[in-house]
Design a protein around this ligand. Sequence first.
Ligand code: PLP
Length: 423
Amino acid sequence: MNRERSKQLYEESVNYLPGGVNSPVRAYKPYPFFAKKAKGSKIYDVDENEYIDYCLGYGPVVFGHANEQIIKDATNQLKLGTDYGVPSQKELELAQEVVERVPCAEMVRFTNSGTEATMSAIRLARGVTNRKKIIKFEGAYHGAHDAVLVKSGSGAIGKPDSPGIPEESTRNTLLVPFNDEDALTRMINDNKGEIACIIVEPIMGNIGCVPPKDGFLQFLREITEENDIILIFDEVITGFRLSRGGAQEYYGITPDLATFGKIIGGGFPIGAICGRRELMEQFAPSGGIYQAGTFSGNPMSITGGLSAFKILDMKAYKTLHDSGKYLRSGMSDILEKLDINYQINGVESMTQIYFTDVDVYDYKTAQTSDTEGFLKYFHVLLDNGVFIAPSQYECAFLSIQHTKEDIDKTLNAIEIALKKVVK
Ligand code: PLP
């Protein structure tokens, strides 16, 4: 596959953009392909190559690229202005939709990214409880702000993941392995009365795809209630992907607060925090906990969200669920045929293959994977017209526009890649 123009653009970009990109995961070696356009389930590069897209902008594009409904609604909105700096009716409408769909949502605050949403949700939890400590799970990603950018590891207290984050910023961030009830109980008992919140991705989507064990989310709900700890579901990935009302509806567990991003902007930048009224009302200006943004609730992102909700009805979720099952069952057949004992994890339209024969249920087990082997697999898939995120620790997403034919082609590419890389 010729990617000469992408190579040239990358070589030029590194002189102007650090690492040639605007978000680190995009910079795989030797150089990333540069997008020219995307439509439906496909993305096209500047050298005119076509790829079936399972990265989907890292999750948001569940409705397919350049969706006609979103084009129509966003084009209409463009003519009406893109930034008002005063409230507009559509913000109310999107908030009402979120409240109708999401079990924990009584009120909503829109932000510009998932990062802002989790940062503000944690501030709210700390402000309301007047406690400093927070618990997050090893390997969980809640955005790029200091308090949660903590390397997982054996230490109970987090060390910053990046130079530039003072240790003071992460001293109050406690780490626990996902799916480990005993470790969590110990951590809470060791810090009685000091923990403001537990923040959790209901399905861990930043170490691949790791679902909660049966009863784990229920356990989180109970132990947080017993200890007056605020439970935050970070649904930036799972929100409106798993079901109409997110992972909390899917698993039947209602947190106190939830954060959203990605899908809820219909492809435009967005984030949201929602939750119980008496908590949410503590945000300024009704309460004293500061939270703000010039572009928060801007009409383009809000219009995108309203369009997305028009598209994401029960039929859409059935399509997503069926496609996920079809993809995983095809992958399992290939593994069996090739006698490869790798792990496939997945929930509905989220899937990941782990290059390990270990059952993956947390960060440590995910780390048993052969990440270099995975990267080779990624490259063979790319050369065969399939684009997944270039890391073992991301997740493959489906959209409602992926067809059976797309998935069959993908399975064919997966078989070629596994034969080449593993066998
Ligand atoms: N939370 C989770 C679970 C995420 O996966 C991400 C981003 O991938 C974020 C928060 C941060 O969202 P954003 O990139 O919009 O800031």
